[in-house]
Ligand binder design. Sequence first.
Ligand code: MG
Length: 469
Amino acid sequence: MLRRLKSHLDTTMDKFLSTETKDENSKPSKFEYSRPEFLHLNDEKLKVSQDFANRPIVTPSDQLPFNAGYAECINGGKSNLNEDQSSFKQYFVDLEICELKEVSAESADIGKETEMQAIGKVPKFTLTYFGMFDGHAGPDAALMTSRLLHKHIMERLQSRIEVIKYKLWSNDSENKTENGSGNEVDKFGPLGNISVDSIIVGAVEESFVAMDEQIKREKSTFSIRGGCAVIVAIFAMGKLFVANAGDCRAVVYNKGKAVRLSRDMTPYSERQRILALGMAKPELLHEEFTCYEYLKRVTRSDIGKPILYRGPFMAGWGYKIADQDDLKVPLITSTGNKSRLMQTIGVARGFGDHDLRLYDSNIFMKPFLSAYPEVCVFDLKTADLQTNDVLVIGSDGLWDLMSIEEVYKSVNNVLQLYDTRNLKRYISAAQELVTIARGTLNGGNWKRKNGEPGSFDDISVFVIPLVHS
Ligand code: MG
């Protein structure tokens, strides 16, 4: 097996997935391939959006919540379809009657934000959801997630709405005596000092896992190829909740300062979790992989000699005498964005990939890939927001090519060109980011202005203003 692994050192994801694809082709699709619903592409426009040669940049004609901007373009031939997906939804939350209701995209209310209103001391507010999903090895997992993840989240928030109402109510000191001695423990269980934020974060975390479970369950019926990185931003009650599982990225630009609300979850950045799992359950490694990292690949001629190694819980490097076990393939190879789990996959969290296994083997990667997100809460009320402050959410097609500073410069330059009341300013900012990351066609290659290669990946970007008036 070791020889076989070595011979597949450069094997691509597609090759690893070849066994999966054969089975999947015989099943129906759960959702027919399309671009994000809010783009409303008809068949003709859909075909145009798939033009690899020209890679047109597609923007929405509809108004998005907060007049947010969005733009996307297909990859340069990396896969047959655009495997990125995006979505948005808006809800009206009425705590008085404990109801969370979707605001339809056609409604006149879309795009506006209802501030928390203390009507009879029971708040009502708008909750706005944006999602971006970067698929790999097939479009299905990202497509399904873009259509369903918000339902999982809203279902769970609805089921906790009474607790949220109680918490908000009892936090108001005037109501403490009135509500503090009631039968809340019987109704909600002991709440301790758990905050409303924690209840929302918990609901989102559970929803991510439930969505991944649904993909796993429905794979027996539908063709759900590949997996996807997932990032979600929820604006509610003056706060911004960003949940991330993968390598899409969300950055807030507040008064010219960048605040990252997500970290890229590569096998290397998740090494402690992955290697610790391998150490605790060595049967998952099938005697082929090792949980150690080595400064350089160990060969037979190293056996019996001192080598530098690093174990799952080590930050520094230790010394050991190389033995036969050190000839196994490291579970994680390379570092940063180039790191790979089992030499195959470059993201360590996300949905799908339930059948992903090493070529011609029964070694599955899923136990090492996690669907749990990290959730970051940004307080918009205390941030002293300025007119041009934005949240930029992008797939790695953007961020692999542009630094956080470059993105800021570009967005700021575009926003300066437009009057603040112009509804197109955020769409133009998103469009410009995709244009820069993609580059222009030059002698058959996509090149950036600085002469460097443009992104070969699918590129998707939201530019969302933080001041909503
Ligand atoms: Mg990508």
